[in-house]
Design a protein around this ligand. Sequence first.
Ligand code: SAM
Length: 401
Amino acid sequence: MTPWLSIVGLGEDGLPGLAPAARALLDNAEVLIGGTRHLDMVPDDGRERLTWPSPLGAIVEEIARRRGQRVCVLATGDPMHYGIGVTLAKAVPMDEMVIIPAPSAFSLACARLGWTLSEVEPLTLHGRPLALLHPAIQPGARLLLLSNDAATPDQVAELLRARGYGPSRMVVLEHMGGAKERRLDATAEAWQPGRVADFNTIAVDCRAGPDAALLPRTPGLPDEAFRHDGQMTKREMRAVTLSALQPVPGQLLWDLGAGSGSIAIEWMRSHPCCRAIAVERYAGRIALIAGNAAALGTPGLEIVEGEAPGALDGLEAPDAAFIGGGLRADGNFETCWDRLKPGGRLVANAVTVEGEQALARWRAELGGELIRIAVSRAGAIGPYTGWRPLMPVTQLRAVKR
Ligand SMILES: C[S@@+](CC[C@H](N)C(=O)[O-])C[C@H]1O[C@@H](n2cnc3c(N)ncnc32)[C@H](O)[C@@H]1O
């Protein structure tokens, strides 16, 4: 089918900034769709106009209903960069639409700052939780952040200070490419709140202060990075467990008996597209998991309060499952194995003899690899240093073929 839908990216310079091909699509359209800011740029010539509905998802149906008419959607910058094009490309076949991007806010910001686009960490805080910022805050990292509104730079400065990154340089770029363009420069610690336009993008050159904790994305964060009640897979074992689970971007983990949520959180921190569901039966631990997820930058962690295996009913099938608690409860292991997708990894840790026996039985049935890890940490014994053993852990790793 010949394309009937066009998505045209506009910059702050409006219609005069459009390339001839984009202009032709706009001029020849029978229906125009966009925000009022964009529609107001086009003189009213009687053509049908639609503004974004709320919720935005309804636009997909509206557009699909006009299939065959010449429809032009007006978007900001690059529509495929946190824009409406992402939603529409999932709903309309690509051979039915044409997308003409304008430079994105990230490209414009790099052009202003002399930063290399491929070396910056791009993130959006537009309609998304501020907590997503945490994993990106690393010494020397350069971040480009799409703002939700005028308050976003103030919130970012506060979060950087709270993380010990007060010396970081912030540049707030308002209305790039338009007549109202303006920039504000300050360190996070010197940032004065309340001075910014709603439409802005934030650049951050991360500088760690002397007290900033180093929290890399690789698994095995220090135990103190999590709030916990003692029921937590400890640092060394966590790193080994994540290596067995093998996080892959876009894949889903079930973390059963999540405790503090540390395994699910480290799975999600490994890549922004990794997803996880933490299942925990003790109500007191639900708040711990939620707090850790927010503080460590994985606010999208889904938390299910309840007893497995019943609590697993109706959950999306996982690519990997970790059983850190409730191993001997009837049906947990079987349910995880049944629901696991082909190629999925099941990893289970046991610290009791009974748990270990259960793992040995499962291995006899399903195959897989058993390992045993005993970690000791050195600590003071009077004036001397001695080894304090943690409980040895037996781990079964099985892959569903
Ligand atoms: C929904 S996102 C759309 C991003 C857009 N698709 C792009 O390619 O830049 C909207 C956010 O992008 C940022 N933004 C887009 N264009 C901008 C510009 N010219 N100047 C400053 N910020 C801009 C702002 O943070 C704004 O809140």
